[in-house]
Design a protein around this ligand. Structure first.
Ligand SMILES: Cc1ncc(COP(=O)(O)O)c(C=O)c1O
Length: 359
């Protein structure tokens, strides 16, 4: 078997032991004679998986009882619509921060449903950055405030979150469970699973329960958070296999020591690459220091031709998917929870070698 170092921004690397366990159980799940993909989502084997997945999320995020966990489909993109459909009553407005490609998409979609106040716009700033928390001016009476905790393409990450009178809604797709957060600061969190939680196909929503009650009357039943909350995400057939994988990934994280433990590892991994960038006159980090993401490290080389050569040579050495997003170019190393420290060390060594040859 040969596994490469996979720097993909998502779907992203998963823990090897999780993949191996899934492989062992794929054909005959725990002596049932069936795959987890083949059995009823209302049977006892799947029920245990489903409930453990939810319980693991509760433990990892230290959720108080007044927060619910929902597993949905449609990715974070569906949440761009579902959030305003559920939480933006007619005649009210919502505050959005446009901080990059994902913040912009969330904002654009929300505008279809009502009045949106863009209270910060750093989308086009370069070097890439985020708004200062203290500078944010919230709209009195806004139904909620939306932000994107980690801009996956730009490589920026909010290091602290504002305290808001209106519920804070956050797209945490690319840094959920990567560092401790105080969940009570938020009304709703959502994240597509395919970076830090497991495979694509399932979306995690964590919601303060009272917010689910305020649903817009015109919202179709299936698109209401309340429907899925009340029915433990079993209103219809859930994405069973993706939830099973999420359960294994969250079990893996709990075994490792939970969010506090992985946050230390993540910080150390990111610091190794940022230090290599900062001591070099050849590479240039694209994000302003205080907003640098620990999940997606973005940087440039002196020319696009050198960037192309860098990606090609790294790939030949088993370091794959380092090319920056097509909309911004450059290099992006995505180093989520499951990405191994050894892969970061290999990248840093390669960066030095490449600079010596080409700098
Ligand atoms: C921050 C962020 N939000 C939203 C999305 C879109 O997620 P999905 O493809 O699950 O809809 C992504 C995907 O990379 C993302 O990084």
């Amino acid at each position: 078997m040969s596994r490469i170092y996979n720097f993909c921004a998502g779907p992203a690397a998963m823990p090897l032991e999780v993949l191996e366990e899934a492989q062992r159980d794929l054909v005959d799940y725990k002596g049932s004679g069936m795959s987890i993909m083949e059995m009823s989502h209302r049977g006892k084997e799947y029920d245990a998986v489903h409930n453990e997945a939810g319980d693991n999320i509760r433990k990892l995020l230290k959720l108080p009882d007044n927060y619910g966990v929902i597993f949905m489909t449609g990715g974070a993109t569906a949440q761009f619509s579902l959030v305003p459909m559920n939480l933006l009553p007619a005649g009210q407005s919502a505050d959005y921060t446009n901080t990059g490609s994902w913040g912009a998409k969330a904002t654009k979609e929300a505008k279809q449903f009502g009045q949106i106040n863009v209270i910060a716009n750093t989308e086009k700033d370069f070097p890439v950055r985020l708004p200062e928390v203290a500078s944010l001016k919230f709209t009195p009476g806004a139904a909620y405030v939306h932000l994107t905790s980690n801009e996956t393409i730009a490589g920026t990450q909010w290091k602290s979150f504002p305290t808001t009178a209106a519920p804070l809604v956050c797209d945490m797709s690319s840094d959920i469970l990567s560092r401790p957060i105080d969940v009570t600061q938020f009304g709703l969190l959502y994240a597509g699973a395919q970076k830090n939680l497991g495979p694509s196909g399932v979306t995690l929503v964590v919601i303060r329960k009272d917010l689910a009650e305020k649903v817009n009357e015109k919202c179709p039943m299936f698109f209401r958070y309340k429907t899925h909350l009340d029915e433990n995400s079993l209103h219809n057939t859930p994405p069973c296999f993706a939830i099973y994988m999420l359960m294994l990934c969250t079990r893996w994280l709990l075994k490792l020591g939970g969010v506090d433990a992985i946050a230390q590892i993540n910080k150390a991994k990111a610091a190794k690459i940022y230090t290599a960038l900062d001591v070099s006159g050849f590479y240039k980090a694209t994000a302003v220091k205080e907003f640098r993401s620990d999940m997606n490290v973005t940087f440039r080389l002196p020319t696009e031709a050198l960037e192309e050569q860098f990606v090609k040579e790294a790939s030949a050495k088993g370091m794959k998917q380092l090319k920056g997003h097509r909309s911004v170019g450059g290099i992006r190393a995505s180093i989520y929870n499951a990405f191994p420290v050894a892969g970061v060390d290999a990248l840093v060594a390669f960066m030095k070698e490449f600079e010596q040859k080409n700098g």
